[in-house]
Design a protein. Structure first.
Length: 158
């Protein structure tokens, strides 16, 4: 009977070993799936960064504006963009195109604004210039020192 107990003990140990390996396999499969999910997320992020035209509707005015800037190789004023697109340069068309592109500029996506009403592309390395400060310059409201009015000691009436 002792041989039977010896075999049963070996069987229990082997079954425990099998359970341990099965648990390790299950954990390894979960880890591998997590890595696959991360790769998928990275692929989606790379597609957006490498290929900005995928975020623009093909044939849209914005996509055409992007192509015109690429063709020019330098930032373009909104009037010249409209002309390049074969559109009439009107107040409404300028406001429409500039407003649409400005939405991308505010999100730091695809387009930049290197000068007022002038747009470039992030992918071409065009930099967005910071907006002018909301406050007037320190000398605002003062007369220049070479002005003939500076000789007058009286205050200027308002």
């Amino acid at each position: 009977m002792s041989e039977r107990r010896l075999i049963e003990e070996r069987l229990r140990k082997k079954e425990q070993e099998v359970r341990t390996y099965e648990e390790k396999i299950r954990e390894a499969k979960i880890y591998a799936q997590a890595l696959r999910d991360i790769l998928k997320m990275m692929d989606r992020a790379d597609e957006v960064e490498v290929s900005p035209e995928t975020t623009l509707k093909s044939g849209s005015m914005i996509a055409q504006a992007r192509e015109a800037i690429i063709k020019n190789g330098a930032p373009i004023h909104v009037d010249d963009l409209l002309a390049a697109l074969g559109k009439e340069v009107t107040r409404e068309s300028k406001a429409s195109l500039a407003g649409s592109i400005a939405a991308y500029v505010r999100r730091n996506e695809i387009f930049t604004r290197p000068a007022p009403s002038t747009f470039g592309l992030v992918e071409l390395g065009h930099e967005t210039v910071e907006d002018e400060p909301d406050e007037p310059p320190p000398s605002f409201g003062r007369l220049p020192s070479n002005s003939p009015e500076t000789d007058i000691d009286d205050e200027i009436p308002f």
